[in-house]
Design a protein around this ligand. Structure first.
Ligand code: SF4
Ligand code: SF4
Ligand code: SF4
Length: 245
């Protein structure tokens, strides 16, 4: 029997599901080995019998908690798809605002119709087995994670910081251009795409397992900066962690 896969979304831009759907040719390799029973972006059927659930998006409404728990009850393996699901992501920026004000700003005169709670990653509600990090996810990494799951292996992600890939790419460090960067503590695997194009790393792939905080502090000190001074940078993707501390 082919393993059954389902893809679900919560609060998100659906960009990570789109990356999944855009696997096109590559997904044909996988499609032969699985049955997709639920994936709103690509099919109308909605099956409730699945073993692997890929879940995109953060939890931002009370009603989403129950829905996620039901998915967790059904799935043998639950994979957080992208930074929103993995870290809370950009959704958690609202946690630093007055919640009522945010609700009125977004829903205007219909604000009463919608509940809103502080945004959180999936793992704050249910156990999550694996994550495909990034905003958006990387298609190749998703494919590798899916293949590992189908082979019954634990998917592995790079556990070294973006700086390693950045040095190998011989990029000029953005600190030397007067910018800050979360590369020293962020999980690699994105081919250091932001620094390669002259931008700072915003930390969308989350922290490495044992971030070398001292080394990051040292880099900051060398450039006349402090941890306190860059805390706001973590709020783009890691805001939930900061609140949860
Ligand atoms: S992680 Fe980024 S691309 Fe993926 S759903 Fe969230 S905002 Fe969209
Ligand atoms: S701090 Fe940023 S720009 Fe500098 S080496 Fe590390 S990842 Fe590259
Ligand atoms: S460089 Fe940083 S922000 Fe950019 S994709 Fe990689 S992890 Fe994400």
């Amino acid at each position: 029997m082919k393993p059954k896969i389902a893809v679900f979304e919560f609060s998100s831009c659906e960009g990570c599901q789109l990356m999944f759907a855009n696997l096109e040719a590559e997904i044909l390799e996988v499609l032969g080995a699985v049955e997709i029973v639920n994936f709103r972006e690509i099919m109308t059927e909605k099956g409730d019998d699945y073993q692997i659930a890929f879940v995109e998006g953060a939890i931002t409404q009370e009603s989403e908690i129950e829905r996620l728990k039901k998915i967790r009850e059904q799935a043998k393996v639950l994979v957080a798809l992208g930074a929103c699901a993995h870290l809370g992501g950009v959704n958690c920026m609202k946690n630093y605002q007055d919640q009522e004000e945010v609700r009125r700003y977004v829903y205007k005169e219909r604000a009463e119709w919608f509940d809103t709670i502080p945004a959180r990653p999936l793992s704050a509600v249910v156990p999550v087995d694996y994550a495909v990090p990034g905003c958006p996810i990387d298609k190749k990494e998703l494919l590798e994670v899916t293949k590992s799951l189908l082979l019954g292996k634990k998917p592995s992600l790079p556990d070294y910081p973006v700086c390693v890939e950045c040095k190998m790419a011989e990029n000029i460090c953005v600190f030397d251009k007067g910018m800050t960067c979360l590369g020293p503590v962020t999980r690699a695997g994105c081919a250091t795409i932001c620094p390669t194009f002259g931008n700072k790393c915003e930390g969308c792939r989350g922290l490495v397992d044992n971030p070398n905080v001292n080394s990051h502090k040292q880099v900051l000190q060398e450039h006349g900066l402090s941890v306190q001074g860059i805390l706001n940078s973590f709020r783009m993707f890691e805001g939930y962690l900061e609140v949860a501390k």
